[in-house]
Design a protein around this ligand. Structure first.
Ligand SMILES: C[S@@+](CC[C@H](N)C(=O)[O-])C[C@H]1O[C@@H](n2cnc3c(N)ncnc32)[C@H](O)[C@@H]1O
Length: 392
């Protein structure tokens, strides 16, 4: 059966803690969930489904389409079994190949050796069948094959994403401590904001949260901005049906928002970057930007969500200064954000205590390897139901 017609397992990887949001996204695209791990979700479908997942998923990192699975104990066995796959039907012989892997097996100490064996098996077969072979190396901008080898079980996937899906293509201006796009999207999904009410984002930095919020509210596919994916570098890729899908997706995206999106930061440089990034993402015209301290951020009537991602601090001196910032966020919530749901995304729970308000929910996340929480506060309207302060 051809790569383009067979239905197979599809593993979608994600950052730790994000799988519950990814699972909901996969289900809403009409695909089943076969399993859910800490950092992946498994579904099944055709290569066409894998392409849709690349275009529509906001929280996934890589979409891996299973080609073959088998048992192998040693590297030579891996080589032999990988050689049996009809690579000449999958990879263009004048293309470029990258092999990635996740290896946990007793016969391999260095996963690079497993990559090499797998790559050799592919290019040797292609040389034999086609008289030439693709170049190979570490760049993930063309065909990417992924080897998963645990104990004796091997799975060979096409990484249909190539570059990770967090690289949406709009964040061209790097700033300090930006949040990964997929994490920012998960944070918005966790708040439940879909364009209902206003979205207020003081301390916006490079604008990732506000940009992802705009794209969610517009129902704009996050993958539309990117023009390169791994699946485009497979034999049989149909460019015109991909373009037709993109066109259809553009048509269904909304053109305007009900609420306002306000993004501010104390740093002029951050706001310049956020504006540029939002322009690249095609959502700047729907956002309001301002240079100001977080407590000066305008919070219009009508409710919605206020989301802040303050620094967590690494050195002692920084943490001392940040205590005041976190305390000030609590005051800002109490004084200016009544009728809103307030959120703080932080990796420092001691600092979060300085906010001085009772949390309604504490949603676990990871930012790289740092365990974080998205803290939710109900900021009721009126003085009585306003947050009860908690003891510090
Ligand atoms: C961790 S970064 C936010 C990163 C952002 N989520 C992103 O994806 O780029 C924290 C931001 O808070 C801003 N900031 C620090 N102190 C502030 C203050 N008192 N008022 C407003 N913004 C402040 C910094 O300039 C920085 O851009």
């Amino acid at each position: 059966m051809s790569l383009w017609t067979q239905k197979n397992r599809i593993v979608i990887t994600c950052a730790k803690g994000i799988a519950p949001f990814l699972k909901e996204e996969v289900l809403s695209l009409g695909l089943p969930i076969l399993s859910e791990g800490i950092a992946d979700v498994e579904t099944e479908g055709t290569m066409e489904d894998a392409i849709k997942l690349n275009l529509f998923l906001r929280t996934g990192q890589r979409v891996l389409f299973l080609l073959e699975e088998f048992n192998a104990k040693r590297p030579d066995e891996l080589y032999n079994k990988v050689s049996r796959i009809k690579w000449e039907d999958i990879i263009p012989e004048d293309g470029y190949l990258c092999v990635t892997s996740s290896v946990e097996t007793s016969t391999i100490k260095d996963s690079r050796f497993a990559n090499l064996k797998c790559k050799d098996a592919i290019v040797d077969r292609m040389n034999e069948k086609c008289g030439r072979r693709p170049d190979s190396g570490p760049k993930r901008d063309r065909t990417v094959i992924h080897l998963y080898w645990k104990d004796e079980r091997c799975q060979i996937y096409v990484d249909t994403s190539g570059e990770p899906l967090s690289r949406r293509g709009y964040r061209r201006i790097p700033l300090r401590a930006p949040m990964q796009e997929t994490l920012a999207a998960s944070v918005i999904l966790a708040t439940g904001w879909k364009g209902n009410g206003n979205f207020i984002n003081p301390m916006c930095g490079s604008g990732t949260l506000a940009i992802e919020a705009a794209m969610i509210a517009l129902n704009k596919a996050p993958g539309l901005l990117r023009n390169n994916y791994g699946f485009m570098h497979l034999k049989g890729f149909n460019e015109s049906s991909w373009n037709a899908l993109r066109k259809k997706t553009r048509v269904i995206a909304k053109k305007s928002l009900n609420g306002r999106i306000i993004a501010t930061d104390i740093s002029q440089e951050a706001i310049e970057a956020a504006k540029k990034n939002a322009t690249t993402a095609g959502v700047a015209h729907l956002m309001e930007f301002g240079v100001c301290g977080y407590s000066e951020t305008p919070v219009p009537k009508g409710g919605g969500v206020v989301v802040l991602n303050p620094e967590y601090g690494e050195r002692l001196g920084e943490i001392e200064k940040l205590k005041e910032v976190y305390k000030g966020i609590g005051d800002f919530f109490k004084k200016k954000c009544q009728g809103y749901k307030g959120y703080i995304f932080t990796g420092n729970l001691d600092l979060a205590k300085k906010v001085g308000l009772k949390t309604k929910r504490r949603i676990p996340f990871f930012n790289s390897n740092i365990e974080c929480r998205l803290l939710e506060y109900d900021l009721y309207e009126g003085s009585r139901k306003m947050q009860a302060p908690i003891s510090k």
